[in-house]
Write a protein that binds this ligand. Structure first.
Ligand code: PLZ
Length: 471
């Protein structure tokens, strides 16, 4: 029997005024989105660029734990956590308190002008946590994309080489270099080129779609053959990979794939960069996902979960590589902002105190059992996968199995995934889709989600799947 972590205590006050805790229940008082959200959406459409979309145009007024309350008074269960950001739960008291104190002390000096202790304290924590061999150092930025850009800058300096190797289905960001590194054209790249050069793509290990029985080592050999033939081993500055791919479809490579790639990097003088922006900070049941197979990256990129909702990102890695860059070569006005650093110190403390790696594993156990039971009833759920509280189902079309039943094909069913997601939204559960083919439903609850709330969300999901997919 496992339990998810207890809900953290509510911050006694926010903004000075005493606050009622937000009850951890789903409650609908209007249709979703309700009239106030619809009115705000009208206002938004008049002034906000169409280029910025929203999965569910419900305007949030308050959030706590794993519940979002919208402007119409509906309480929704958050299975997205702001795309794997509030791992510690919304309005985590340790984050709220530290942020409030820091805002009152000072909000900005620019670390590159006059430094402050909070930045150093975050780097000390990262250096302690990072699964890197030998002495480590860190540098802080604002977004995941920026962290990835900087990891590439560092790798180029450390190796004196140019080429960057990435993988099919990869997602690394929306800036020019990271767009080049991201695999999917729509919506991320189409019409936004020309892209940065010296970025090369290798085949990923994708157990659901690879030939049956292909091992991680074999998949790594397949990738290495492409790299050696099309890039040249001695040209590669770094191999950048998400240990469990995020936007590309929550693809967990076959065991052995990551260790083999890391070994190839070591043998060939390239840096192995783990992009842990989405997988980091207990999300997958380990502080960093690459720990599961004992992989020791040269550099790790991080963001999202590190600061409980404030914008903070970083690169942590082998000290010799991190120090290969000349002084002044890395930075940015807001990188390691003191308020974001204060939030990170609170979030990192909560991660340890609330045993969030254990909580993520408990979510995995509870959810995976339900998802597999659902798969047994609906063969259109072709695959149930993921790790910790980073779980997904891949929705595919079905065919006659020749015995009066149906079986899964490999044909993506994006409409099926969208229908399930829409039904969840209407019932007050925030779900996200992802995947190169748009047919993956993904689940990223705050790791602090209460068991009863998670069960309620799974009941909603079950009803949505049963009605959207044929038996
Ligand atoms: N690397 C592995 O998952 C961000 C993007 C959502 P930023 N993923 C969510 C969207 O549609 O923009 C991500 C990631 C991995 C890098 C990034 C980029 O992080 O903080 O969004 O720049």
């Amino acid at each position: 029997m496992t339990t998810t972590a207890p809900r953290p205590q509510t911050a006694a006050s926010a903004g000075g005024a005493a606050r009622e805790p937000l009850e951890q229940v789903r409650r609908l008082v209007t249709e979703v989105p309700g009239p106030r959200s619809r009115a705000l959406q009208e206002r938004r459409l008049a002034v906000v660029s169409k280029g910025v979309g929203s999965t569910l145009p419900v305007f949030v007024e308050r959030a706590e734990g794993a519940v979002l309350r919208d402007v119409d008074g509906n309480q929704l269960i958050d299975l997205g956590a702001g795309i794997a950001v509030v791992n510690v739960g919304h309005a985590q008291p340790r984050v709220v308190e530290r942020v409030q104190e820091q805002v009152a002390d000072f909000t900005h000096t620019c670390f590159m002008v006059t430094p402050y202790e909070e930045y150093v304290a975050v780097c000390e924590a990262l250096v302690r946590l990072a699964p890197v061999d030998g002495p480590a150092k860190a540098a802080l930025f604002n977004t995941g994309s920026e962290a990835v850009e900087n990891a590439v800058k560092i790798a180029r300096h450390a190796t004196g080489r140019d080429a960057v190797v990435v993988f099919d289905h990869a997602y690394h960001g929306r800036t020019n270099l990271t767009m080049a590194m991201t695999a999917k054209a729509m919506p991320y790249k189409s019409g936004f080129g020309p892209f940065a050069g010296e970025v090369y793509r290798a085949p990923m290990s994708y157990p659901f779609r690879d030939p049956q029985g292909m091992t991680g080592e074999q998949a790594a050999q397949r990738a290495v053959r492409v790299i050696e033939a099309q890039v040249g081993a001695d040209q590669v500055a770094c191999v950048v990979i998400e240990p469990v791919q995020g936007e590309g479809g929550f693809i967990e490579p076959a065991p052995g794939f990551l260790p083999a790639l890391a070994a190839w990097c070591r043998e060939n003088g390239a840096l192995f960069v783990a992009d842990e922006v989405q997988t980091g900070f207990a999300r997958t049941g380990d502080v960093f996902a690459c720990e599961r197979e004992g992989v020791r990256p040269d550099l790790v990129t991080l963001a999202k979960g590190v600061a409980g909702g404030l914008p903070l990102a970083g690169v942590v890695g082998r000290a010799d590589a991190m120090d290969a860059v000349h002084s002044g070569g890395l930075g940015g006005t807001y990188g390691g902002n003191p308020v974001a650093c204060a939030a990170a110190l609170g979030a990192l403390e909560a991660m340890a105190d609330l045993d969030l790696t254990g909580a993520a594993r408990a979510v995995e156990e509870r959810m995976t059992a339900r998802l597999r039971a659902l798969q047994a009833q609906r063969p259109g759920i072709g695959d149930v996968r993921g790790r910790g509280a980073m779980l997904a189902v891949e929705v595919v079309t079905t065919e006659d199995d020749g015995e009066g039943g149906r079986r899964a094909t490999l044909e993506p069913d994006a409409a099926g995934a969208a229908a399930i997601s829409a039904a969840c939204h209407a019932a007050g559960v925030v779900t996200l889709t992802c995947g190169t083919f748009g047919n993956v439903l993904r689940f990223l609850p705050p790791l602090t989600i209460e068991q009863a709330l998670l069960d309620d969300a799974l009941d909603v999901l079950e009803a949505a799947v049963l009605s959207a997919l044929a038996g």
